[in-house]
Design a protein around this ligand. Structure first.
Ligand SMILES: NC(=O)c1ccc[n+]([C@@H]2O[C@H](COP(=O)([O-])OP(=O)(O)OC[C@H]3O[C@@H](n4cnc5c(N)ncnc54)[C@H](OP(=O)(O)O)[C@@H]3O)[C@@H](O)[C@H]2O)c1
Length: 315
């Protein structure tokens, strides 16, 4: 049976990938620091995200290793949280690299999470893999360290893809879509700041679709933007979200209001205020066909599929 390893796969994106690959007939092994309610047919491999152990044997003869491990960035950037955000990503990548090198038959492809936030605050032009410029600041430092660690572990015969992923909008609990819907439904889904900063996004169907496509297309290697080709300014983005939900009104938030809100919600305004105008030039150039290329259509699809026009989120 074809086998896939999802490191850090107990979270939001991991659950979507696990379900997808199980449906497709793969054996799925998810590396986690704890046991959790696995899906029927899924196996849990225990690891600590930083040291080698019996879990490393799971990597032998696998179709793909996909690393999703990392402490959430949706928190206040205190010194402790900064350390955890950085170490959870760099250490998990390092130990996977050591495990891949120790394999007799290593995974055919190793995909490692990265982020679309690695590019600079860009309003003026799109950021592609070839021409995009790397930004500055703490989130960028994490992304750079994450990718540097990843590409340090080259091994012949193992393709390596850094997934520079935009915010993934999909069904179910725990993702960014749920958070945005909740804000919009409280009447707070207006523009953030002056609303000119771009929002890069991708529908969960295309996140999964791109992962599938990368596995099948052995010519692809290196960094890949995992984003829709339709990033939009925050004001337009929020309007499309509100319209899809049937919410007429959205209070605009100035930057100081966002600072106060972020403080109480224990998060950072950077998540809303940084302009991310990232597009998937490599994937489109290589022939990937987006399932949801257009923002309005994607929002409509999500709202219909999730019944989010009603008051409750599905359990
Ligand atoms: N979701 C998005 O929109 C999005 C966008 C861009 C990039 N990304 C990146 O993609 C990855 C997966 O995203 P997600 O939304 O699925 O995140 P998530 O729901 O927060 O899941 C991340 C997983 O990382 C593991 N983890 C946390 N701290 C760890 C540590 N110290 N050592 C080892 N593992 C640790 C956790 O697994 P256990 O607790 O089970 O060990 C958790 O299930 C993350 O790295 C994220 O930064 C996500």
């Amino acid at each position: 049976m074809k086998k896939i390893i999802l490191a850090g796969g107990a979270g939001y994106l991991g659950r979507a990938l696990a379900q997808h690959f199980l449906n497709d007939g793969f054996e799925v092994v998810t590396l986690s620091r704890k046991t959790f309610d696995a899906l029927p047919g899924e196996r849990i491999g225990l690891w600590d995200g930083k040291s080698l152990g019996p879990w490393t044997r799971e990597l032998e003869n696998t179709v793909a290793l996909i690393n999703l491990a990392g402490r959430t960035v949706n928190c206040r950037y205190t010194p402790t949280n900064r350390k955890e955000m950085m170490e959870s990503r760099v250490q998990s990548t390092r130990v996977l690299g050591e495990a891949v090198r120790a394999c007799t038959e290593p995974p055919k492809v190793w995909m490692n999470s990265s982020t679309a936030t690695i590019y600079r605050h860009a309003i003026d032009c799109e950021q592609t893999e070839a021409s995009g410029q790397i930004g500055k600041g703490f989130s960028v430092e994490i992304a750079k360290a994450w990718e540097q660690e990843f590409f340090r572990h080259r091994r012949d015969g193992v393709r390596q893809i850094a997934l520079r992923t935009a915010m993934v909008f999909g069904q179910g609990r725990g993702g960014v879509y749920e958070a945005f819907c909740s804000i919009a439904k409280q009447g707070l889904g207006g523009r953030a700041g002056d609303g000119t900063q771009y929002v890069s996004w991708i529908h969960l169907d295309d996140f999964v679709g791109m992962i599938d496509w990368i596995i099948a297309h052995t010519e692809l290697d290196g960094v890949v933007n995992v984003a829709s080709p339709d990033p939009q300014p925050n004001a337009k983005f929020m309007r499309a979200l509100r319209e899809s939900l049937g919410v007429r009104f959205g209070l605009n938030a100035t930057e100081w209001m966002l600072e106060i809100g972020a403080f109480f919600k224990k998060t950072e305004t950077e998540l809303l205020m940084k302009s991310r105008r990232v597009v998937p030039e490599r994937m489109l150039g290589a022939g990937y066909k987006m399932k949801h290329p257009n923002l309005k259509h994607a929002m409509k699809d999500l709202a219909e599929r999730n019944s989010y026009r009603q008051t409750q989120f599905p359990k």
